[in-house]
Write a protein that binds this ligand. Structure first.
Ligand SMILES: Cc1cc2nc3c(=O)[nH]c(=O)nc-3n(C[C@H](O)[C@H](O)[C@H](O)COP(=O)(O)O)c2cc1C
Length: 197
């Protein structure tokens, strides 16, 4: 199985926010348009964002542009709100009680109308109730992120430590060797997908 083909599915880079939480997502798709615009987002069950979405009625998706500050991806994609207040150092705008990312191309505000659970993820389906374009420029694609994540995230191998990058999501493990039973805390991938930096 070559999972690299999955990166050929055209996806973007977003920060999904709901009341007092949020995370980076790429698994977003427009389900329908025109009279009944529906947007689906798939959120891992282990994420804190999943837990709080279940108790909320709305979410926002901030669309990340090509020149987004990578700190936003690091903060929202590699940390959990369980351990860090992600909103502390990232500038946001307030939208009907939800926070959206200021350094984005704009946002979509959705009302949750349905959700579907599987073993690992919940697919939240939202009806678009408000959308704002801050900047009409190119969005960052997930493929671009995958191809440039080393540079974007500026992975350094300091303190004589070896850095191993998860080729699926960009998480970095520091240590001489990745343990055989290691699972990426972000995407769950095994040792075999880690590449030495
Ligand atoms: C590039 C990238 C794409 C991601 N895509 C998704 C996604 O589509 N769905 C998801 O649930 N998590 C995704 N994640 C992982 C979450 O952003 C990450 O697990 C986050 O730390 C969860 O934070 P939380 O516990 O505060 O919810 C992605 C991370 C990165 C870096």
């Amino acid at each position: 199985m070559n999972t690299k083909i999955l990166q050929k599915i055209t996806q973007g880079m977003y920060v999904l926010t709901t009341d007092n939480g949020g995370c980076v997502v790429d698994a977003v798709s427009q389900v329908s348009g025109s009279d009944n615009p529906l947007i689906a987002v798939s959120v891992m069950k282990k994420n804190y964002t999943n837990e709080i979405l279940k108790n909320n009625t709305k979410f926002c998706l901030s669309v990340l542009g090509m020149d987004v500050n990578p700190e936003i991806i690091k903060t929202f994609g590699f940390n959990s709100m369980r351990d860090l207040d992600k909103f502390q150092n990232i500038e946001t705008n307030n939208v009907d009680g939800l926070k959206v990312i200021k350094d984005s191309l704009g946002y979509m505000e959705c009302e949750i109308v349905d959700s579907i659970d599987n073993d690992t993820h919940t697919l939240f389906i939202g009806r678009l109730i408000n959308s704002v374009l801050y900047q009409d420029s190119d969005a960052m694609s997930y493929q671009y992120y995958q191809e440039h994540k080393d540079d974007l995230l500026k992975i350094k191998t300091n303190n004589n430590q070896t850095a191993w990058i998860c080729t699926l999501c960009g998480y970095v493990y520091y240590g001489e060797e990745v343990p055989n039973d290691f699972k990426c805390p972000i995407c769950g991938a095994g040792k075999e997908v880690f590449r030495k930096k």
